[in-house]
Design a protein around this ligand. Structure first.
Ligand SMILES: Cc1ncc(COP(=O)(O)O)c(C=O)c1O
Length: 405
């Protein structure tokens, strides 16, 4: 068919590429007997269906006039109050409900940040590797991303310091620093307390804005790990904190929230108004009840056990089967292990078809997570969906692929 309207699209939309993960998931769905470590999605066996049915019924019966109605852009007050209480108890973050913005998932929070601060050519600093859809939405807004490498302690803040200085010298001050400090997606690493303090110092010295994306700290498996939120250390109100209900209850509810520096709250709220007026009111009341009745915290406890077993299974299978020329993260929480294969010409993207067709195992090639296009020898492995026996078998298959190709 001749294109009639495609020329009307903006250059940014014309340049969009399908997400590697979504394409992969389609392929994996069609093929049989594949073990997939590709999608970072919660295990649906553990969705609290019965409790959510009861809460939904109650919300419609008792608050029907409100919960089925339009509501304020910032989010219903009951939810913002319940969130402020939850954030203080669970993450040590003191948030005024006036500075909380309820969003339609973290992805919308990232979109709001992108629209609010990025113009074509704006410099934005991220970790390298970083979250694919954050890279995507920042680039869509025209950002020029600068990736800072990580090690086992998270973003290398000494490198960050030098990079910031250089950018400022070149009169390209970064619009913000985007970080996922705990159980990073895809890196599976957690930033040390020392690095967090250093990051805040650098930001303070150069008056920079920080965007902290924090979906995974709520179910960390290793109790003695330091998971202090940057926002809890933020004495200068320079951190935008983003989190989500997706991983701690259910992503289909599509709710997230932001804690915003006082100076910016009203502007970002106005911006959201033009994106979707407000996030679904019914779901906001369901979330409020899930917080008030303790369902969220009860569910988090359960999830910690479920995903700890899966993480332990993946790491011990990797210890057993992976060759010595591989490196992999040892995540304290979250859904992901990231691995590099130090073997000449190993290109995980090129090997994807062989992995699926011959070895019957899927992963996400790591290159797309690196803003500078490096990381051809890396892969992201998600342990959240398959059961433990399947995880072991999948790691065995992947090890064979690494050794044989
Ligand atoms: C780091 C990070 N940020 C944001 C999101 C988006 O989450 P949501 O479902 O809240 O849009 C994800 C989802 O995987 C994520 O890993």
């Amino acid at each position: 068919m001749d294109p009639r309207f495609s020329d009307l699209l903006t250059p940014a939309v014309k340049a969009l590429r399908a997400s590697e993960i979504r394409e992969l998931l389609k392929l994996v769905k069609r093929a049989k007997d594949i073990i997939s470590f590709a999608g970072g999605i919660p295990d649906p066996k553990y969705f609290p269906r019965k409790e959510l049915v009861e809460i939904t019924r109650k919300v419609i019966e008792e608050y029907g006039d409100y919960s089925l109605q339009y509501s304020e852009t910032q989010g219903v007050m009951e939810l913002r109050e319940a969130l402020a209480d939850f954030l203080y108890r669970v993450r040590g973050i003191k948030a005024d409900p006036e500075n909380i913005l309820v969003t339609t998932g973290s992805q919308q929070s990232l979109d709001i940040v992108a629209r609010a601060f990025i113009t074509p050519g704006s410099k934005v600093i991220t970790e390298s590797p970083s979250y694919l859809a954050a890279i995507g939405v920042f680039k869509l807004a025209g950002a020029d991303l600068v990736g800072i490498k990580m090690d086992g302690k998270g973003m290398k803040t000494l490198v960050l310091e030098e990079t910031v200085k250089k950018l400022i010298e070149l009169r390209c001050k970064p619009k913000f620093i985007y970080t996922i400090p705990v159980a990073q997606n895809p890196g599976g690493v957690t930033m040390s307390l020392e690095r967090k303090k250093h990051l805040l110092e650098i930001a303070s010295q150069h008056d920079l804005l920080i965007v902290e994306d924090d979906p995974y700290s709520y179910f960390v498996f290793d109790e003695n790990a330091d998971i202090t939120a940057l926002k809890a250390l933020d004495k200068e109100d320079r951190v935008i904190y983003i989190s989500t209900l997706s991983k701690i209850l259910a992503p289909g509810i599509r709710l997230g929230w932001m804690v915003i520096p006082k100076e910016l709250t009203r502007r970002l709220e106005l911006l959201k108004q033009y994106l979707d007026l407000h996030s679904p009111t019914l779901n906001q009341y369901i979330f409020t009840e899930a917080l008030r009745t303790g369902l969220v915290e009860k569910h988090i406890k359960k999830l910690k056990n479920v995903y700890k077993v899966k993480r332990d299974t993946m790491i011990s299978a990797m210890d057993e089967y992976f060759p010595s020329y591989t490196w992999y993260s040892r995540p304290i929480g979250g859904f992901f292990v990231f691995t590099y294969v130090f073997k000449k010409n190993f290109d995980s993207r090129k090997l994807m078809n062989v992995a699926i067709e011959k070895y019957k195992v899927a992963y996400v090639p790591g290159q797309g997570f690196h803003p500078d296009g490096s990381g051809a020898n890396s892969m992201r492995l998600s342990f959240s969906y398959p059961d433990p026996d399947t995880i072991r078998e999948g790691i065995k298959r992947l090890a064979r692929l690494i050794e044989e190709v």
